[in-house]
Design a protein around this ligand. Structure first.
Ligand code: ADP
Ligand code: ZN
Ligand code: ZN
Length: 734
């Protein structure tokens, strides 16, 4: 029986694919992974063929026929389509959204998957030296023909040396042939791989490199190594091995614009075209990189989260740098984790996968400790830097000036006088996180989110950092009219101002997403810092990532306490990662560097463990605690979220859902845990009330089985309650 029915994934919030009739002329030609245009409702939609089949659960005559096919070949390889279908089921997300997320916007909109072509000239068949000889009297024509006898040349290239009439004359004599061809890079990377000199690997590096290079097939590795221990060098040398075998490598990184140095290291090592993939690209650029990756024209692609979906002609290896970074998890729409998908993809492709971090996530560490991943250690710093002395600074009963304790100010002064740089880290942009009236206590808050506005003094504006709304500051208190309205709490702007006041003879650089717009600006600032044009650096997370500052001898984190007592069980893990990362910014050759953590809880056990024994020890202790408390990675979680402009709608929906799963628990699945509904940590955002319900289980399978069983009931319940809802599998954000 021939397959006359196609399952089509459409970009609509429905979980399943739709059956359509395949018109006779397309039968046999329409393949899974091709785009089609289909009638839907009163209009047309672009969809992707998931499957073709002989029979449908619906009578064939009821099915609408496909209108047209947009591709001659599938956009997805068989394995990619399998991966995406797996992700659809795993993350319980509508298939159309998953498939369409994985292709560039232009293809999503139905534009052709064509590559720009150009005219390529070559000599006609049977042309020999005789023909050349005959052109004695036309030296220009002779020279052109001679050039082409070495191989085809593009018209653009030819017209740089010869004019049109010469070309036309030869063409008329049937000596030349012109062909339309896809413009490809002048030389493909496989032929032109030149490797700049590489350092001699240390013993630990050599062990890691040979372990990775000698694997056959699927094998995940965790490289656990402090900053500066040479992880990137291990990536470079194992990537070189892949390139030499003509295989391609995807390198996932948290954020390219924040770590321009990583890209330049790759470019310096390999003199080939490197594909770059991130949110700053135009639609055209994205399509071009996607096509080059698919057609095997780039050997390396460095990209953020969604680069995990890039098609590869010759897949060789996937690297995930800073694998613990939270940006690998998409927090809305299709909530996938790029690291986890990378593992699945490597498994399917049967290739090695390298995860690297100085501060591995507890999930990954657990997999390494239980031998699911091979665990490689880089214990030594390659370039022997100084030790960083990490200490807690008790700020109880201290008078703080813009968050700075008197002793910290003293230390800053000391380092500056010794011609060194200091860095002060604070995780809050703006001047202050709130403005408060000292007479009546009124705090101006965003009415969509019920959270105080952040005061940005430089622009004289109030910003809501949760929904992005902005308003101009009005003079006086909005409640009592008093003029006694003051900044409450400290942000980067205020810290910058205070440090400039305290140390008028030194230059302060502020690095946060407000002061740094675009890659160039950050690059320039980093450059200026390394040239010692600034002595004091103030910044947020941006400063903590990947940059190395050679003249930095002291770093401080102003406030670590919020994370210690957070409702989010991952907060301490993230704090430890941050502290370790920030500490890694210093480390000059020679004398010791120092790091200060201001805290009102200087005897906190976790902090002391981290400072005395390092992240590795801290992480292993924390893993044991998670195991005892039955939390991830020892427990699996799925979060059901609902939001609505009415708090009670949002709540009622989840109360019904909870009832459903309590029933499931008592009838079939006693080990299923149902917690909630409870409000999200951000209870109100953009005018919508957000509630959630947590399902968890010590085993993944029964948890997913329970959810799938009730999925369609959930869908109709949500429609009835008119709430927006979503499913977050392996949630990291509550
Ligand atoms: P990581 O990625 O772990 O932070 P890198 O690979 O960036 O470490 O190495 C830190 C520094 O040491 C870099 O400047 C790098 O060029 C250099 N380096 C790495 N490996 C070696 C080596 N085997 N010999 C000499 N220098 C090295
Ligand atoms: Zn007031
Ligand atoms: Zn808001």
């Amino acid at each position: 029986m021939t397959n006359k029915i196609a399952e089509i994934a459409l970009a609509i919030p429905k979980r399943q694919a739709f059956d359509y009739q395949i018109p006779d002329e397309m039968v046999g030609k329409l393949l899974p992974g091709m785009r089609v245009k289909v009638p839907y409702g009163h209009g047309e939609k672009i969809g992707i063929v998931v499957n073709t089949k002989a029979q449908s659960q619906w009578p064939v005559e009821k099915l609408k026929p496909i209108l047209s096919s947009l591709d001659e070949a599938p956009l997805f390889s068989k394995t990619m389509l399998e991966l995406l279908c797996w992700a659809t089921a795993y993350y319980c997300h509508p298939i159309g959204d998953v498939l369409l997320t994985a292709i560039p916007a232009k293809l999503r909109k139905g534009e052709p998957d064509s590559r720009p072509t150009e005219r390529l000239w070559r000599v006609a068949d049977g042309i020999c030296l005789d023909s050349l000889e005959k052109l004695r009297k036309a030296p220009k024509q002779q020279a052109l023909l001679q050039l082409l006898m070495d191989g085809p040349v593009s018209e653009t290239e030819l017209l740089r040396q010869f004019n049109k009439p010469v070309l036309r004359a030869l063409h008329k004599q049937d000596l030349l042939i012109c062909e339309e061809s896809i413009s490809k890079a002048d030389h493909s990377w496989t032929k032109s791989l030149k490797v700049a000199s590489r350092p001699f690997a240390s013993t630990e590096q050599a062990l890691a490199i040979s372990a990775i290079n000698s694997t056959q097939g699927f094998q995940p590795f965790l490289i656990e190594g402090v900053t500066g221990s040479g992880k990137t060098e291990v990536y470079l040398q194992t990537i070189e091995n892949q390139l030499q075998q003509q295989r391609q490598v995807i390198v996932l990184v948290p954020e390219i614009s924040l770590t321009p140095q990583t890209l330049s290291r790759f470019e310096e090592r390999f003199a080939i075209d490197i594909g770059v993939w991130h949110s700053g690209l135009s639609d055209n650029e994205r399509l071009a990189v996607w096509q080059k990756a698919r057609d095997g024209e780039v050997g390396i692609i460095i990209g953020t989260r969604s680069a995990v979906f890039l098609p590869l002609k010759w897949p060789g290896m996937i690297v995930v740098d800073e694998e613990h970074d939270s940006s690998f998890k998409q927090q809305d729409g299709f909530r996938y984790h790029a690291r986890d998908l990378a593992i699945m993809r490597a498994k399917q492709l049967d290739i090695p996968l390298v995860l690297g971090s100085a501060t591995p996530s507890l999930e990954t560490l657990n997999n390494a400790l239980t031998s699911r991943y091979r665990h490689l250690h880089l214990r030594e710093k390659v370039v022997k830097g100084s030790k960083v002395n990490q200490q807690l600074l008790d700020i109880r009963e201290q008078h703080l000036d813009a968050g700075l304790s008197p002793y910290l100010i003293e230390r800053i002064n000391l380092h500056l006088r010794q011609q060194q740089q200091v860095m002060i880290f604070i995780n809050r942009r703006g001047y202050s996180p709130a403005l408060m009236c000292s007479d009546c206590g009124y705090v101006d808050s965003c009415k969509h989110c019920d959270k105080p506005y952040t005061w940005h003094k430089s622009t004289q504006q109030l910003h809501c950092h949760h929904c992005g709304s902005v308003k101009k500051r009005q003079p006086g208190c909005q409640s009592c009219g008093s003029n006694n309205v003051n900044a409450s709490g400290v942000g980067t702007e205020q810290l910058e101002e205070a440090l400039s006041r305290l140390f008028p003879n030194y230059q302060v650089a502020r690095v946060d997403s407000d002061s740094m717009s675009g890659k160039r600006s950050l690059n320039e600032t980093l450059e200026a810092i390394n040239q010692r044009k600034y002595q004091i650096l103030v910044g947020t997370q941006i400063l903590a990532k990947g940059h190395h500052f050679a003249h930095l001898s002291m770093v401080a984190i102003l406030d670590v306490d919020a994370a210690l007592y957070s409702a989010d069980f991952r907060a301490t893990e993230q704090l430890a990662q941050l502290i370790t990362q920030v500490a890694g910014r210093t480390g000059r050759a020679g004398s010791e560097g120092e790091m200060w953590l201001q805290s009102c809880h200087p005897d906190n056990g976790l902090l002391l463990d981290l400072l005395h024994n390092g992240y590795g020890h801290f992480a292993r202790t924390t893993l044991k605690e998670r195991q005892a408390a039955q939390l991830p990675p020892f427990e699996f979680q799925i979060l059901l979220k609902s939001e609505s402009i009415s708090l009670s709608d949002s709540q009622q929906f989840l109360l019904h859902v909870a009832k459903m799963f309590h029933m499931e628990q008592s009838l079939n699945e006693p080990a299923l845990k149902v917690i909630g509904p409870f409000p999200s940590l951000m209870e109100k955002r953009q005018g919508r009330f957000r509630m959630q319900l947590l399902l968890s289980h010590l085993q993944r399978l029964p948890l997913h089985r329970a959810l799938n069983k009730h999925l369609s009931a959930l869908e109709s319940l949500a429609t009835k309650h008119k709430v927006r809802w979503s499913i977050d599998v392996d949630p990291t954000d509550f």
